[in-house]
Design a protein. Structure first.
Length: 263
């Protein structure tokens, strides 16, 4: 390794199974994805560096396309960061790619949207193979009705009804760019893309969409819940293990480009 004259910045695309972690962000005395990444960086470089992430996923939530960055004093081919960090990381966390960026690049602030997917296994028998990545719903779901309800989320709305325990002064208005539900065999998947999300927003939406899919509420009632803007009105909150951060999207003219990743 050679030293940078000034600290360089490396961006990683990371995937993880969040089942045994208390979310991404570091917490004292609890296993987190951030802590494991920082320990791996120290093992590889000897540096104690703080990792920044584009999204702070909650306890039990997975990721296929989390984007993180860290500063380093070493000049190292990005491919070496991929292989080196994966050597020290536990099996349920993996670096999928790496690239060098300028010190001014901010993985969180420069992201234009985030895309999440919630996966449901819709069948009567219990699930063995994918039980840590899918929410098992035995009652039949009408994915077509759920998709129509999900379409009502697109655009700028006040999502207060889909927030649990929001006691901050920040706005509960968010803009959703895309949302929908599709079925493929026994699997029913909800996808949503927005610039940012409120705490538990996606899981509360899923819990309410399941009520639509099982006939417990109508699409009109789903829309009424959205329009009432009343805290904790939606739900119940779907379990965390069905939710996955699929991708963080950056502008076309962004310094960070997926096609430049080394693997």
């Amino acid at each position: 390794m050679e030293f940078f004259n000034n600290l360089g910045k490396i961006v990683l695309v990371v995937e993880y199974n969040g089942r045994r972690y208390y979310g991404f962000q570091w917490q004292k005395g609890c296993p987190t994805v951030q802590d494991e990444l920082e320990k791996a960086i120290f093992s590889l470089t000897g540096e104690r560096r703080r990792v920044s992430a584009a999204c702070r996923t909650d306890t039990g939530v997975h990721a296929r396309g989390q984007v993180v960055s860290f500063r380093t004093g070493f000049v190292l081919d990005p491919r070496k960061f991929v292989s080196g960090l994966n050597h020290f990381l536990p099996e349920d966390i993996a670096v999928a790619g790496a690239t060098a960026v300028s010190a001014r690049f901010n993985v969180m602030k420069e992201a234009v949207s985030r895309e999440y997917r919630y996966q449901i296994m819709n069948r009567r028998p219990r699930v063995a193979v994918e039980n840590d990545m899918c929410y098992h719903v035995m009652t039949g779901l009408d994915a077509g009705l759920m998709n129509r309800a999900a379409g009502l989320l697109i655009g700028e709305h006040d999502f207060a009804s889909f927030v649990t325990g929001w006691d901050r002064r920040e706005s509960t208005v968010r803009c959703v760019y895309a949302a929908g539900v599709e079925r493929e065999g026994e699997k029913v998947a909800f996808h949503i893309r927005a610039k940012s999300f409120l705490p538990h927003q996606v899981r509360n939406i899923v819990g309410t969409l399941i009520k639509v899919g099982t006939g417990k509420i109508t699409i009109e009632e789903f829309n009424n819940i959205l329009e009432m803007k009343k805290l904790s009105l939606a739900g119940p909150t779907a379990p965390a293990h069905g939710l996955c951060l699929m991708k963080v999207i950056y502008a076309d003219n962004s310094e960070f480009k997926y096609e430049n990743l080394c693997t």
